[in-house]
Design a protein around this ligand. Sequence first.
Ligand code: IMP
Length: 427
Amino acid sequence: MPVIAVVGGQWGDEGKGKVVDFLAERVNMVVRFSGGDNAGHTVINPFGKFKLHLIPSGIFYPDVTCIIANGVVVNPVVLTKEIDDLNKRGIDTSRLFISDRANLVMPYHILLDGLEEEARGGGALGTTRRGIGPAFTDKVARLGIRAGELLNRETLKQRLGFVLDYKNRILTRVYGVEPVGLDELYQQCCRWGEGLTGHLRDTSAMLDEAVSNGDTILLEGAQGALLDPDFGTYPYTSSSSSLAGNGCIGAGIGPAKIDKVVGIFKAYNTRVGAGPMPTELKDKTGDLIRERAQEFGTTTGRPRRCGWFDAVAARYSQVVNGLTGAVITRLDILDAFDKIKICVGYKLDGKTINYFPADAAALYRCQPIYEEVAGWQTPTSHITGYDELPSRLKDYVSRLEGLIDCPVHLACVGPERSQAVIKTPIF
Ligand code: IMP
């Protein structure tokens, strides 16, 4: 049975949560492997409408084991709240496991995220201010506190004291703000440890056992390829790798064990936060997409920047992820348009290019070269069979399939689980 990585193909918010929710019916395990609570997805299913930041959407299926793996940075406050909220609404969370190797997002990370953004002034990245960048920085600086450490109170106090001593010097001397108190934070950590103890595990070992048993496993990424710190629009990126390759390290599984890599793309493009976005529409068309799709961040509520589908970026995303298939979401948003544009190249400094430049400054100068196709101008949200979709919509999907250069599995026409129309089965 396959191990399938599900990753964002654009700048995040492509609808990974919805796709995982749809696929999870057929799987045994869902493993979230990157990012933190900067991610957020809204899932609408027979149990209601849920906003999740950390817990994989597989949690709604009683037989699916859900893992938050070592590659995720975990804010215990957010996680505890999500667990409590789900439990209150009758969703069982006893099958949720968190890697004891996952680094924690601490209150001082959130503080520093805000202070660093303020210090950047006009060069601010527009982070979600959830402390994600500072937490990943501490992970590689070996100053992180890992989830498993919450269970060993003696060493926890020692490590916390060492780390806080360093952090407090930065907070007070660089930023001139109040230090974080050790005792209070230590007590808080002990409470988090008590609350999470039943969920903490060596999740890589669980994954290994599931692979040996022949289970079907989804590796769920966060954000999207264009926010990847290596391949995204650096420095306007997030701080953990959003690519399928990080599914191995972030979940603790060997590369040869991943059978399929499915990239999720919206039928148009959105971006939240600063940084280049060649197809951004700062006009009525962009506003119309935003209004129709309610493109406002799940985590921050910020309006998302909207634009036409960027096939140069999408093809690049296919290459750096090694996509074996794609899903196109939110096609119903385009129901209203008589003409739809697809960016098939860029004009950069007078030259036509068909690659995604590494340099953010160059990307800012890229002018999209568009191909225009006729819209289908008919409602599609009720359609459940691929053959019943309007022929122009199918032409659009086929064109994207050719440009991205991998088969499209699903064409999504609404936010609900049932509104995913199968073109080519994934399983
Ligand atoms: P950070 O991940 O909070 O440090 O933010 C860095 C950049 O990534 C900002 O532009 C954020 O808006 C963006 N970002 C982070 N997480 C997401 C996400 O889940 N969806 C879309 N953008 C995100």
